[in-house]
Design a protein around this ligand. Sequence first.
Ligand SMILES: Cc1cc2nc3c(=O)[nH]c(=O)nc-3n(C[C@H](O)[C@H](O)[C@H](O)COP(=O)(O)O)c2cc1C
Length: 201
Amino acid sequence: MNHKIVEPKIMYFGTPVVLVSTLNEDGSPNLAPMSSAWWLGQSCMLGLGKTAKTLENLRRTGECVLNLPSAKMVACVDQLALTTSSSVMPPHKAKMGFAQVKDKFALAGLTPIASELVKPPRVLECPVQLEAIVQRIDSFNADSAAAIEVKIIRVYMDESILNPEKRHLVDTDKWQPLIMSFLEFYGLGQNLHHSRLAQVY
Ligand SMILES: Cc1cc2nc3c(=O)[nH]c(=O)nc-3n(C[C@H](O)[C@H](O)[C@H](O)COP(=O)(O)O)c2cc1C
C-alpha cells in the first residue's frame, strides 16, 4: 500500500441509484435520478442539491416514491441525466448543458402507475418501489444541499427478486441494483463471502 493525500471534488464511493418521483404544483409527475441515499430501518436519508425541483416538491407536498432501477435499466436512467423540471434553469446546470424537461417519464420511456398511500406515481419498470413521507429536511454541505429524512410507508417488490425463504424476503442473487460510483454506472458483482451478520440479524 502507498497512500497519497488527494483532494477529490466528490466522494461518491458507490451507492444505488434511486429514481425519486414527486408531484409538481400543476399535478404532473417529476422523476429525478439521484444516488446520495442511505437506509436505516424503515427510513432513508436523501441528499439533494438545493436547486432541484424535486426538493421544492418534497418541501411542498411531503411525499415521494423511491423507485430503485435494476442494473439493466441503465440506458433509460442515463436518459434522465442532465435534465431538470425546474422552470428556472439554475446557472450551474445551464453551464453543464442541462435541459428543462416537462415529461421525464416519456423522455426515459418509463411508465407511471398509481401509488396507494401517496400521490406521486410509482415507476412500473423498477423492481423496487417505496412509497415514503418526509419526516424532516435539514440544511447540508454549507447550505448547498438538503438532507431529507423520509419514512417508508409501503414497499412493493417484483416477484422476480423475491424469495420467501430468505429472512429479508429479497433474493440478493437476483436483485441487481444499479450503482453509481464516482459518476459512473456499475452493477454488483457476485456474492463474495458468507455473512455472519446476515445469519443473526
Ligand atoms: C445517476 C444520477 C445520480 C444523481 N445523484 C444525485 C444526488 O444524489 N443528489 C442530487 O442532488 N442530484 C443528483 N443527480 C442530479 C439530479 O438528477 C439533477 O439535479 C436533476 O436536475 C434533478 O431533477 P429536478 O431538478 O427535476 O428535481 C444525479 C443524477 C444522475 C443521473
